[in-house]
Design a protein around this ligand. Structure first.
Ligand SMILES: Cc1cc2nc3c(=O)[nH]c(=O)nc-3n(C[C@H](O)[C@H](O)[C@H](O)COP(=O)(O)O)c2cc1C
Length: 260
């Protein structure tokens, strides 16, 4: 028997075993209640005195820089974007944060996708970062607006050409008959643009959003499960910091410690 045929038989056997394993799984419920890792110990708590600023953007920057330089965190800018329909049905997916500052957090996507449809009817959204290697998470809530066409255009052309082609070929979130359909569209676009050295035009259905936060929570997991949570928010009208539960921050922000 040739090496190739024994390899193919091996693959078939392996895939049959995986199918059998999956069938068995369907008959039971998997208990993973003992799965847990050790978070930070008492010497590394996150206290109010550790805040680099009494407002969330500089604090985000500080934690993000640490996540960026942590070799165990490969995509520090991956964040879960949660949206909801106007009648409150939620959905979440990961997107990449492509910029942040006091104006908000930016991401780019297909403007005809499911998330875009939900943002159009309900601009309230949330972003969640999780940096497992640092036992840290940041939760951001706010209102989403669109970025200018020029900014979307600039970022679109800063991406590698295959990504530009991919974004142009995909009718994101729409059902598609097979992967081949997508590959055929990709090939047509490659012939039209890449092979002729023509710049791929940014499709009208692709662009950027910015989420302007009203609430940002910094969470750090502690070993004894007494996790640290410090939440910044813009105060409700007339709400005054009492210096006990609610503290006055900078630039109009207030902050408070939340129970874990
Ligand atoms: C780590 C990661 C990063 C992603 N980044 C993006 C992104 O920046 N933009 C995007 O449109 N989709 C991104 N995706 C794919 C989305 O999660 C999602 O599949 C897609 O946007 C369609 O979502 P929707 O149907 O809810 O609109 C990413 C997925 C992962 C896992």
């Amino acid at each position: 028997m040739s090496k190739l045929s024994s390899l193919l038989i091996g693959i078939k056997v392996q895939s049959r075993l995986q199918q059998l394993h999956s069938c068995q799984f369907l008959k039971m419920s998997v208990d993973i209640s003992s799965l847990r890792i050790r978070y930070k110990d008492r010497s590394e708590t996150f206290l109010e005195e550790h805040l680099v600023a009494k407002e969330p953007f500089a604090q985000f920057h500080s934690w993000f820089e640490q996540a960026k330089s942590n070799a165990k965190i490969l995509e520090p800018n991956a964040m879960c974007l949660s949206t909801a329909t106007k009648d409150g049905k939620p959905s979440g997916r990961f997107v990449l944060c492509k910029g942040y500052g006091k104006d908000g957090f930016k991401f780019f996507t297909n403007l005809e996708s499911r998330k875009a449809g939900e943002l159009k009817e309900n601009p309230n959204a949330a972003l969640t970062f999780y940096w497992e290697a640092m036992n840290r998470s940041i939760r951001i809530e706010g209102v989403v607006g669109t970025l200018s066409n020029e900014e979307s255009e600039t970022y679109f052309h800063a991406r590698p050409v295959p990504s530009q082609i991919g974004a142009s070929a995909s009718h994101q979130s729409q059902p598609i008959q097979s992967r081949d359909v997508l590959c055929d569209r990709e090939k047509i676009l490659e012939e039209k643009y890449t092979e002729k050295g023509i710049t791929v035009p940014k499709p009208d259905f692709w662009g950027g959003y910015i989420l302007k936060p009203h609430t940002v929570e910094f969470w750090q997991g502690q070993r004894d499960r007494l996790h640290d949570r410090i939440r910044f928010r813009l105060p409700a009208e007339g709400e005054v910091a009492d210096g006990v539960l609610l503290h006055q921050g900078e630039n109009g922000w207030v902050y408070e410690r939340l129970s874990p």
